[in-house]
Design a binder for this molecule. Structure first.
Ligand SMILES: C[S@@+](CC[C@H](N)C(=O)[O-])C[C@H]1O[C@@H](n2cnc3c(N)ncnc32)[C@H](O)[C@@H]1O
Length: 359
């Protein structure tokens, strides 16, 4: 067994902070909180790796790009960024976070979206919407979706619609990640520490998140660079970045931990996005090592000789020595990041590993 002293020697202190030291508003700055996403990097982690291993103008590739933390931070750092993800909603989120917005057109969209509320033309009959939303919420969400059609930035408003739907679901406030059953009655809420009622409307969220989205994309406009960002939708075993890569910065899914399609089921339903659950790596342990090794081996072929891979993993099953060698990668360094969560129901401590690999 490892002694505590030995463990602490391996901990990288620059990558370890408690949630009290790094307040929520920093972890969710500008576009990073356009929509909640379970299993993302904190942006400050990507910032440290970029400072350590990249230069402005480099090409950074994230084959498991998720909500786009690597892409956003690489762009702010002044690097070219590219990422792919198998989930259509994640790709939508990445495009929206990294797009540019013209202030006048943005304002015109806001005016169009807040035009006198017109009831939805089409009454949705989707069993999912009926089960997970109060009737009034369904009407408001569908009416907003119809208003999006005439806007300049439809994808931005689709993300706002999804975020509002997430908040308006008949889900317990303390169980928004994977609610099992809709709530119909008052319940004791562990998040708010009081009795809460099921949500009966969506309009208040739509209004709040439209304003919030405008503020967030404008905040990012102040720090972004003009370097290109490429978002590819598909299976990372089959896709390549748009050129030779200087740094791969990624965090693969961990086996059996998060269902990346299901966590945004409401968005797939409302936006009619195609689901590719069967191609999602990490839905089980079977085949996991081969699948991740195939992605990393493909990424290695695009990596420059001097390039590096930074891979953030929760390797409690000890799979990554085998995965790296199957992918033809050499492990250069392995350090531990201490994660100390103090808020919410998921409070607690755990460790993540940061693997630095070379071709
Ligand atoms: C741990 S998350 C990455 C989170 C990301 N670092 C962020 O900050 O948002 C892993 C991602 O891998 C994606 N993924 C799973 N299987 C994939 C595949 N076959 N090809 C591409 N992406 C895949 C999931 O959809 C998920 O978004």
């Amino acid at each position: 067994m490892q002694t505590q002293a030995a463990l602490y020697q391996e901990i990288d202190l620059e990558l370890s902070w408690s949630e009290n030291e790094l307040p929520e508003r920093e972890r969710t700055k500008h576009v990073h909180r356009l929509h909640p996403y379970l299993g993302k990097f904190v942006p400050q982690l990507a910032e440290v790796f970029l400072r350590r291993h990249a230069r402005p103008g480099n090409l950074i590739w994230d084959p498991f790009a998720g909500s786009g933390t690597t892409l956003v931070e690489s762009n702010a750092f002044g690097a070219r960024a590219a990422g792919c993800d198998v989930s259509a909603f994640n790709c939508l989120l990445m495009r929206v976070k990294t797009s540019t917005y013209e202030p006048h057109a943005l304002l015109a969209d806001v005016v169009r979206l807040s035009a006198p509320e017109t009831p939805a033309k089409s009454a949705s009959t989707s069993p999912y919407l009926k089960r997970w939303f109060a009737p009034r919420s369904v009407g408001e969400l569908v009416a907003f979706r119809e208003r999006i059609a005439g806007t300049e930035y439809p994808e931005l408003w689709q993300v706002v619609l999804s975020r509002s739907a997430r908040s308006a679901r008949l889900a317990r406030h303390d169980d928004l990640d994977f609610p099992a059953e809709p709530v119909q009655q008052e319940y004791f809420c562990h998040k708010h520490r009081r009795v809460c009622r099921p949500v009966g409307e969506a309009e208040k969220f739509l209004k709040r998140y439209v304003r919030d989205a405008v503020q967030r994309v404008q905040e990012f406009a102040d720090v972004r660079s003009s370097e290109p960002v490429t978002v590819l939708h598909g299976d990372a075993r089959e896709l390549d970045p748009p050129g030779p890569v200087d740094l791969v910065l990624t965090s693969p899914p961990y086996p059996g931990l998060i269902d990346y399609h299901e966590q945004h089921a409401y968005a797939y339903e409302l936006l009619g996005l195609e689901r590719r659950d069967a191609d999602e790596i990490g839905r089980g342990v079977k085949g996991y090592c081969e699948d991740v090794a195939a992605v990393l081996a493909r990424a290695r072929r695009s990596l420059r000789r001097s390039g590096k891979m930074v891979i953030v993993v929760n390797d409690r099953r000890g799979l990554y020595d085998g995965i790296l060698s199957a992918a033809g990668l050499k492990l250069e360094d392995r350090s531990i990041r201490h994660v100390n969560r103090r808020t919410g129901r998921r409070r607690g401590e755990f460790y993540e590993e940061v693997l630095i690999a070379t071709p």
